[in-house]
Design a binder for this molecule. Structure first.
Ligand code: ATP
Ligand code: MG
Length: 323
């Protein structure tokens, strides 16, 4: 173990190739992750974003010792995930979500009891810890219901309770708000800064850009197994997307408008959406390009109610980065 380590998670050259065999016997290789280098400071929320299949879950599975890497090394709280897997497991919580991972014929509370025993939680502390976890996860009323009768969101809540049961120093959350109702999602989002306030480190994957923007101090975007952007949300918006956004409110639009605008030099994308009785037109332009006059001319000045230039949102930046 490295002493005085300021990082909760470090990985160097991390890679994973999945080898599988098709029904016809042909072997197939999928490069899920390639040469990932990351350093996540203790006591922060770190977001990992990327399209379906980008390698986010693979990364979490490697860091939490559930899967071995094909190349590279990783440390969690200074412990090597391969050589010191036991120490790593003692210090982490994993919230993978989904339908699997529980005994359907046991109640929510019985499931947590089982995981408490597995994690060597002292018997005299078990009931208090479990009751606390169930209450915090909003499952107090369903604790005596068999898990096979849980809805998807209730199972997700139970995953959260299970992941935090051992009061871990590092928490891996793989799309933790997926399937939660708006209140449940909001409650969980509010718990994350509180966990960090207790000194924990959270690694979070999500497809909800506003969630990443509001919770994460730093973000990595991976695409096809490769790191393509790394920084604070502001840095990702400013430095990596290389776009500016011009937003117009129109009183009239025409079907050919998007095509006309993307035909302009420096315009990367144009989208329209309804905005009350008006139409909203959002145009992504090459960063620094002053295209307001040209856009206004193409749209037709009489049709424009309002026009503003602004920085991209994280979602807009993301769309450009992974394009
Ligand atoms: N057990 C497996 N066997 C073969 N290929 C796999 C396996 N698990 C994942 N993959 C492949 O590895 C790549 C990365 O998958 P991963 O699950 O890490 O993506 P992800 O970023 O978590 O995507 P999502 O947003 O859909 O959850 C994908 O191409 C996927 O098909
Ligand atoms: Mg995934």
């Amino acid at each position: 173990m490295t002493e005085n380590n300021e990082y909760a998670v470090e990985c160097e050259g991390l890679g994973r190739v999945y080898r599988s065999r098709s029904l016809l016997g042909q072997s197939r290789e999928t490069v899920a992750l390639q040469d990932l280098n990351l350093q996540i400071p203790k006591g922060t929320v770190f977001g990992v974003l990327g399209p379906n299949g980008a390698g986010k879950t693979t990364t979490i599975r490697i860091l939490s010792t559930l899967l071995s890497a094909t190349t590279g090394t990783a440390r969690v709280l200074g412990y090597d995930v391969v050589k010191e897997g036991r120490e790593v497991r003692k210090n982490i919580g994993i919230i993978l979500g989904g339908d699997r991972g529980f005994y359907g014929r046991l109640t929510g509370k019985e499931n947590l009891r089982y995981f408490a025993a597995l994690n060597h939680i002292k018997p005299r502390d078990t009931d208090r810890i479990i009751d606390d976890s169930l209450a915090q996860a909003g499952l107090a009323d369903q604790q005596k219901t068999l898990v096979e009768q849980y809805s998807r969101g209730m199972k997700q809540r139970l995953h959260v309770a299970r992941g935090l049961l051992t009061d871990p120093g590092v928490v891996f959350m793989d799309e933790p708000t997926l399937g939660l109702d708006p209140l449940g999602a909001q409650e969980l989002r509010q718990r994350i800064p509180a966990l960090v306030g207790q000194g924990k480190t959270v690694l979070l994957t999500t497809h909800y850009m506003f969630e990443a923007d509001s919770l994460c101090s730093r973000i990595a975007i991976i695409n096809k197994g490769k790191l393509v952007a790394l920084g604070t949300p502001a840095e990702i918006k400013r430095n990596f997307s290389s776009i500016g956004v011009i937003e117009l409110t129109l009183n009239q639009t025409r079907p050919s408008l998007q095509e006309e605008l993307t035909g302009l030099d420096g315009v990367k994308r144009a989208t329209t959406s309804a905005d009350g009785v008006y139409q909203k037109l959002t145009v992504h332009v090459v960063a620094g390009a002053d295209l307001s006059d040209k856009i206004a001319e193409v749209v037709g000045k009489d049709h424009i109610e309002n026009m503003v230039a602004r920085d991209p949102t994280l979602e807009e930046a993301y769309l450009e980065i992974i394009d």
